[in-house]
Write a protein that binds this ligand. Structure first.
Ligand code: SAM
Length: 391
């Protein structure tokens, strides 16, 4: 462990455990075939000496099958979503009412746009496809005029999950859905769309930079290999993109000391891509996080891992179970609003998920244990060249 991390560790007493834990065995000849996304990461580190934590997270979750290498946690289909799986999500635990509420919201967006002949609902990262199924069933049954205008598109980075989504959606409704096996950060539509970009628990899965402050300097975590195992290495923060984002978003710079702090430049690239693709309409983002990360990250681990394999002692250490565990970071909604304005978007509303669903549904959500306090599930609606009356 080098000097800065040793010093940082002293500061981190009582804080996240990532620096205390033994590291996974990832030595070249110890990596088994079935864990070969580890080998891909290792080979990339050996080639480049080190990779940023952001690159590491991206490879662990989204590497594609390539040559001898296996794919990442999502792209391999390892991600099991549901009760007694790696993790569950609200559209599934509250099916069908969650999707029905979103269907009502999409219908009112369509009306607010003047009932155009074609309204695109573009869901990004659809998991098992349960929300898409519930939306389509409800619109088909209850809103025949809107159903005629609705074009449902799913942008999904994982091929195995696309297969699961196809199996979830009734064959009659499936025929009207179009899938794009692509990243929502980059996907470009041939023609700009009128409608709504929609996501539930997508943004928390976009890769993040890990930063921390030490003696008034900002450092970024890189991942290196010590001949036996991978480990974290602090490198003076030099990424222009990250520095610009910190300056735009937070008044405190360099980053605060004591606890790792996560910055998602990928979420800004994602938002810019949506704003560029949207002619007129909305971006509806549902996720966990907060509007003021500067206070929140002192109180909570804002990066977490989920897997059936993860034992309590390795919980929330992203260097374990590579390709076998989810890595997720709370969403900084404040930055989505600030950058949204730069990209021509207007904030229409920002709500607690509970409050939001009680407004659009007559029944509240059944399971909503993450609702209380200054953090939890949030709904952000942004608009481009469109008005929307809520409630
Ligand atoms: C935590 S799951 C949420 C699934 C679903 N929305 C739900 O709430 O049950 C994240 C989903 O986003 C997908 N995903 C992650 N990054 C993506 C990207 N850049 N573009 C498109 N899909 C992505 C994953 O494959 C997965 O389907």
């Amino acid at each position: 462990m080098n000097k800065i991390f040793r010093a940082a560790k002293e500061i981190f007493i009582g804080a996240p455990t990532a620096f205390d834990l033994p590291k996974p065995l990832i030595g070249r000849d110890r990596v088994e075939r079935k864990y070969s996304v580890q080998r891909k990461i290792l080979d990339t580190i050996l080639k480049n000496k080190r990779i940023s934590f952001e690159k590491y997270m991206s490879m662990a979750l989204y590497s594609r099958n390539h040559g001898d290498y296996d794919a990442g946690y999502y792209t391999s289909g390892e991600a099991l979503i549901g009760e007694a799986c790696h993790f569950n999500t609200f559209p599934q635990s509250n099916s069908p009412v969650f999707g029905q509420g979103i269907a009502k919201q999409l219908n009112s967006m369509w009306e607010a746009l003047g009932c155009p002949k074609v309204f695109h609902a573009i869901e990004m990262g659809a998991g098992n496809g349960i929300m898409a199924r519930d939306i389509l069933r409800y619109v088909n049954k209850e809103m025949p005029d809107f159903y005629k205008a609705l074009k449902y598109v799913i942008i999904e980075i994982s091929n195995p999950l696309i297969q699961r989504q196809k199996n979830s959606i009734d064959p009659m409704l499936r025929a009207s859905v179009e899938w794009k096996n692509a990243s929502a950060i980059k996907y470009k539509f041939k023609h700009k769309i009128t409608g709504c970009f929609l996501s539930n628990e997508l943004v928390d899965n976009l890769p993040v930079h890990e930063l921390f402050g030490y003696k008034n300097e900002a450092y970024e975590t890189y991942i290196t290999y010590n001949g036996f195992t991978i480990e974290k290495e602090p490198v003076k923060l030099s990424s222009r993109k990250v520095i610009d984002m910190l300056k735009t978003r937070f008044s405190t710079f360099p980053v605060p000391e004591k606890i790792p702090f996560y910055v998602s430049t990928a979420s800004i690239d994602w938002l810019k891509n949506l704003a560029d693709n949207l002619k007129r309409g909305y971006i509806l983002t549902i996720d966990y996080g907060t509007s003021d990360m500067t206070k929140y990250f002192y109180e909570h681990d804002t990066l977490r891992t989920y897997s059936r394999l993860v034992t309590p002692s390795h919980k929330n250490d992203p260097l374990y179970y590579i390709g076998k565990a989810d890595i997720t970071a709370d969403v900084d909604f404040g930055s989505l609003v600030i950058y949204g304005r730069k990209f021509g978007l207007r904030k229409v509303g920002y709500f607690n998920q509970d409050y939001y669903f009680s407004q659009i549904l007559s029944t509240p959500l059944i399971k909503s244990e993450m609702e209380s306090g200054p953090y939890g599930m949030r709904v952000l609606i942004q608009a481009k060249k469109a008005r929307l009356k809520l409630g």
